[in-house]
Design a protein around this ligand. Sequence first.
Ligand code: SF4
Length: 390
Amino acid sequence: MTTESAQFGPQYGFGVYIHWPYCAKICPYCDFNVYAAKGRDPEPLLKAIRKDIAIHRPRMPEHGAADSLYLGGGTPSLLAPDAIAGLVTAAGDSFGLKHDAEITIEANPNDIMRMDLEGLKVAGINRLSIGIQSLRDHALAFLGRDHDSDVARAALKRAMKIFPNVSIDLIYARPGQSEDEWQAELADVLEYGAPHISLYELTIEERTAFGKAAARGQMTPMDDDDQADLYELTQDVLSAAGLPAYEISNHAMSEKYQSRHNNIYWNGGDWIGVGPGAHGRLSVGGNRYASEAERQPAAYIANVQALASGWSEASKLYPLDNARELLAMGLRPSSGIDRTRIESISGRTLSQAKIDVFVEEGWMVQDGPRLALTARGRILADALTAELSP
Ligand code: SF4
């Protein structure tokens, strides 16, 4: 093993990511690879994904059992429990899943209310990530969600009766949202006692319906300073409630509830990405590869059938790419990253002068070789990463 490859790969975690691209309704802010579910037969895509997982196995002889399996999307909770069980089994048959593997599915509140949650557990799922987004009806209507706050509350209660490991997603920094409103909404959410909360600032992406509305002047995104104020408020309220941030957007009651799957991304581990548009990082023979699957479901299915791979491409990453990616990802969690890993991959020393400035400004802490952002530094994560990049 070369020095460079010792700094990433399955020894830092190994996961399976499955992208299910269909949604009951496309939300106006969504920039993911998604398609309307209506009238689609899920079977051809399920079959292709199961086959794609199996195809990955012989390419990755160094990989042992997976630490995690993540069904994301899109809306994988549109699938029936037996279809979900088929995907979990496919991952287990090809790679094996560790006895304590984290197996997550993203779910919409409407699906939680109609789903057989016990069946989901039998299928192997042990963590639910629920797209609550808000507990305010006007906000849910603005975000174009197809659930209201009553359904969000009922789904949360129902899920938590059956799954101890529940995560909820919330979107804030909505246009016009005040600090008082957000604080009251957070207090409301915290009443439910979910052990993990992911909080995302609303970002307006150009190619989305919101992006087009903003370009026409029909929507004004919240300005950066107000967003930063809401971010700081979020940190304070959640820390005081016993859910400190363990990453820029993620909060957990304890280490037990931190996302093991996402930790693989932040820690330079490996994952296979299967399903339309899914990305992967694979370490093979001392090299690291970035894989990207065909985005269109029909093209993905055709690729799996014809070429025995769902990939549209798998390119070798160069040492500098690996080092820069590891710095950007490694500074996201509050535990930070060992700088010697980045220096060993890139062959370049990170600027101590810049690190000193960041520490002086209260943006970063340095503990031996470990660098980590503070709560204030996390607001500036992108800029600090770019500045320090090897
Ligand atoms: S449900 Fe989620 S993945 Fe689907 S369109 Fe809405 S935000 Fe995007």
